[in-house]
Design a protein around this ligand. Sequence first.
Ligand code: 13P
Ligand code: SF4
Length: 299
Amino acid sequence: MQEIIKKINNLKREKNAVILAHCYQNEEIDNVADFVGDSLYLSQMAAKTDADIILFAGVYFMAQTAKILCPDKRVLLPRLESGCRMADMISLTQLREFKSKYPNIPCVCYINSTAEVKAECDICCTSSNAVKVVKSLNAEEVLFLPDTYLGKWVEAQLGNIKVITYPGFCPTHLQIRPQDIEDARKNYPNALVLAHPECHQSVTKLADYVGSTTGIMKFAAESKEKQFIIATEKGVADRLQRDYPEKEFILVKENIICPNMKWHTLPDILNSLEREEHEIEVDKQTASKALKCIERMLG
Ligand code: 13P
Ligand code: SF4
């Protein structure tokens, strides 16, 4: 493994490349990543970097977002199979049909969406800033897509805004059921339950804290408590356990894994940097419209 890490680091220097890795990535990827974080943090880092190549260890829409933010840079995704199953639930045609049912209502898209979809929405959000973004529109009603559960969670936080959601969801987070929370609480009665808002409302309403990947990590870091039940992707529980060995992090149930996030390995990253593939392209017209949607969020 040391040999591969060395080769990747040499190539990064030679080609002025930067590696952005989502928190759900396998532990080995941290050895070569320049920035590790959630989707908001990584898009902020992509927007700022002066590297010539951005290699994204994450899912397709994240690499696409980096390309939209940095059209002059080469953006690489080591494994093309790594699409987000939620983002793939809404096509441009489906978006247009959804919007046509609710004319003249502002439309917020979760960053987990394709460039084509972003291009026809008013503003983007991530799970870290969804409440703030929806509120900023000062509207009585807002369309939200593709994640119906994040949208409904935002509605519950705000109270006075109707959030009309598209029926998309994350298959990984929906594996978590209320019974899993109840079982975990029985086994660990002193632990706090931390859940991602992509979970079903019947799960988030049982949690002690609901927040994005960064929100969950920050809460666990700052809390005086010692035991936490993690109701999100396994990578978050594993990372927290590595970062805070004095605390205990219990994944709410086995195998809460996003298989697409886990495709990338160190050999894939090496291969991708050597061959400069797979390069992500977004057509200029779509990219310039999608950029406005993302920039409104970044402010
Ligand atoms: P974050 O915005 O918390 O990084 O989440 C991205 C994601 O895909 C969660 O499933
Ligand atoms: Fe998409 Fe769900 Fe995987 Fe996140 S965990 S990338 S929302 S499929």
